[in-house]
Structures are given as C-alpha cells and as structure tokens.
Design a protein around this ligand. Structure first.
Ligand SMILES: Cc1cc2nc3c(=O)[nH]c(=O)nc-3n(C[C@H](O)[C@H](O)[C@H](O)COP(=O)(O)O)c2cc1C
Ligand code: SF4
Length: 359
C-alpha cells in the first residue's frame, strides 16, 4: 500500500507516509522540561509506527504567555531533554520535528501580561485586546523563532514546523481582520505573510537547507465570516509562500478554544480534504492532510486519488499509539469517538486509556 511506502519530505527520508500530528502532552515539567512521562509518550508513539512525529507547540519566546507543563524551546537549557526525544524517535526510525510558535491573543495564560498581536484588534474568542507588535519587536520575534530552530537542530531533530494555524499569533498576522497594520507587515497577502517568510528564510540560513521546515496552515477558521480567516485567503497565502523555502504544508482548520475546534467533535472523516486537495494541486509542495482520519482504507484512498503526500493523525494515535503497526496487519477503524475529552484530561490522555498501566 502507498501509505506504508517510504517517503521523503525535504531531504528527510521517512519510513512511511503517516505523521503523528502535534499533540500537547501537559506532562512536561512545570518549567517546560522533558520529563519521564513525555519520553514515555514519545516512545509509545514512535514504536507504534508513525514515520514522522510532530511535537506539541513549543514556545519560542519567554513572553509569559504560555502554559506550564508544556514543552518549551526558548532557552538553551531545554536542548538536553529535547535531544532525548530525538534519540527515542530515531531509535524507532521515526523522524521528528518540533512545532514552534507563540499563542498570541487567543489563549491567555498570564493575567498580568498583555499578549501580543499584529494589531490591537480585540480577539473575538478571548475578548483580549493584544499589544500591537512594533517593527523592532517583530524583528526580535523572528529571531526568537530562528534561535529556537537552532536549538532544535542542536537537539538532533530533523526540523521544525512553524505554527501559523488554530488562531495563534502567526495565524492572526495573515488574517486581514486581525492585521490592520499600515506598514510592510500589513495590507496585501504578501505583506501579511512577510513575518512567516522572514522566519523560514532565517531558519534555513541558520540551520541549512537540509533542515526540514514545515508550515501548519489553517485552510479556514470556520468561524464568523467577519473575523475568520477564510479559504480564499488561505489559498492565496499558500500560493504566495510556496516558493519561499518551506518543505511542505500541513493543512488544518478551526481555532483552539473556538466553537469549531481543530479537532472536530463530529464523527466526520478527513474534514480538511477538500481544501487540502486544492492547495496540494495548486502548489508544488508536499501536503500533509490532518483532521478526522481514522481508517486505513480512507488514508490509502486519499493518497491514491489525490496529490496529497502524507496522512496526519493525532487523536487516533492518542487512543492507540500503535495503530499504524496494527494497520500493517490489516484494516481496523480507530475506536476513537472524537469526543475531544483528551484536551482536558491530565496528561492529555484518551479517556479510554486513563488508569491503564500500558496503552
Ligand atoms: C489533545 C490535543 C492537543 C493538541 N495540541 C496541538 C498542538 O500543540 N499544536 C497543533 O498544531 N495542534 C494540536 N492539536 C490538533 C491536532 O494536531 C490535529 O490538528 C487535530 O487534532 C485534528 O486531527 P485528528 O482528527 O487526527 O485528531 C491537538 C489536538 C489534541 C486532541
Ligand atoms: S478522549 Fe479518546 S476517544 Fe475522545 S477524542 Fe480523545 S482520543 Fe478520541
């Protein structure tokens, strides 16, 4: 089957086309270090068969706006623990990339500190009015992304994924509703995408062309038209960024904490397929499709009938980290019921696995 065949993203060889998409663990130390529990989780997912693992979003900047107990990469002190994650993944012949980003105004973790945004437009979900970054602060932020990528490289990761989806800071930059800047970071699609171009360009220069750099992009926020990022704009951004240095896109949708979550509660399979297919056809870049995929038959069909490169899954592998190995011996539909309770359990475990000694 195509889905089990070797794959290449950028210059990274992968044993198959399954990607474990980003998943917050909530079991890092309070200060964001890798713990025994984080390693255990990565061991389970890597040994379960995914060709590529993507970490949870790690903060690149100590701006106080990030949760405790989640991985961080804003300081050299995190490199040692992250290297252990890379070693675990590689020991099972799985690639690993670190998702890097900033929360912006959507989720607010530090009441005494105002989150940042492209402009001071009140967030329609959190109702927070962010501090509009100055050009100097944008330049600093770009450098935080680059420094974080350098740490990730030092930790032997295969690359990074820049998080520009789910309503977080970079998603806000490309959204014309939230970005009303009049300088070179606002206005046209090109200007709103400039910060992302500067990030990928800086990372490639600092880490080398073989260091994988992926972009997680919303194809649609699926919220009110007046403030949501819509597919027509996503399409323009994807097209504009397609020759700016990225090695691939992961196409997702929805807002973290919004009415339409990135992980839909409905029993809907491959809900980003329509948009991901168009983005894949229009651009000469590999596309990872994520969102609601829970069956081998569908995964294989998508790869055979479209130009989509890889299949991303989070919840199906939270329910059963060794699902991919099991699929090698035949079909079975994941029993994940898409209830999204793993967002709120301790350690972001599947409700069906809590209290089980071994998943
Ligand atoms: C518990 C949990 C944590 C998540 N954490 C992240 C994250 O840190 N970064 C991210 O881009 N997406 C995150 N997601 C979204 C997933 O990467 C994925 O886009 C979404 O769950 C849809 O895919 P699925 O249907 O295969 O679960 C998370 C999802 C879940 C369920
Ligand atoms: S809690 Fe379990 S069943 Fe519910 S969405 Fe998460 S992985 Fe699936």
């Amino acid at each position: 089957m195509k889905v089990f065949k070797k794959n290449k993203l950028g210059s990274i060889e992968l044993k198959n086309r399954f990607v474990r998409s980003a998943a917050g663990s909530g079991v890092a130390s309070k200060e964001g270090f890798v713990t025994y529990e984080v390693k255990d989780w990565y061991r389970k997912v890597a040994s379960g068969g995914a060709g590529l693992l993507i970490t949870e979003m790690m903060t690149v900047w100590d701006d106080s706006n990030f949760p405790e107990y989640y991985l961080r990469v804003d300081d050299d002190k995190y490199i040692k623990g992250l290297k252990e994650l890379a070693d675990i993944s590689h020991s099972y012949r799985s690639g690993i990339v670190a998702q890097i980003g900033n929360y912006g105004s959507l989720l607010h973790w530090e009441p005494n500190k105002i989150p940042v945004g492209p402009s001071n437009v009140k967030d329609a979900i959190s109702c927070i009015e962010p501090h509009a970054l100055s050009e100097i602060e944008i330049n600093d932020l770009v450098n935080y992304f680059i420094e974080a990528a350098k740490r990730v490289k030092e930790a032997d990761f295969d690359g990074v994924q820049v998080h520009a989806a789910h309503g977080f800071l970079l998603n806000k930059f490309i959204n014309p509703y939230y970005n009303n800047r009049k300088d070179r970071y606002g206005g046209s699609t090109e200007n709103r995408s400039r910060i992302i171009v500067e990030i990928v360009d800086g990372i490639k220069k600092a880490c080398g062309k073989d260091f994988l750099v992926l972009l997680k992009l919303n194809s649609d926020d699926y919220v009110n038209e007046s403030y949501g990022f819509k597919f027509d704009e996503a399409r323009k951004v994807a097209s504009y960024l397609s020759n700016k240095g990225f090695d691939g896109y992961e196409i997702t949708s929805g807002l973290a904490g919004g009415r339409i979550s990135p992980a839909r509660p409905l029993d809907e399979e491959a809900y980003n397929l329509k948009h991901a297919k168009i983005i894949s056809e229009e651009n000469n870049l590999p596309v990872i499709l994520v969102g609601g995929i829970r069956s081998l038959t569908l995964a294989e069909k998508i790869l055979n009938e479209t130009s989509i490169n890889s299949i991303g899954m989070t919840r199906a592998l939270t329910y059963k980290p060794d699902l991919i190995n099991e699929w090698m011996n035949g079909e079975q539909v994941s029993k994940c019921i898409a209830c999204n309770k793993c967002f709120v359990t301790d350690g972001q475990l599947c409700i069906f696995n809590i209290n089980k000694e071994a998943i």
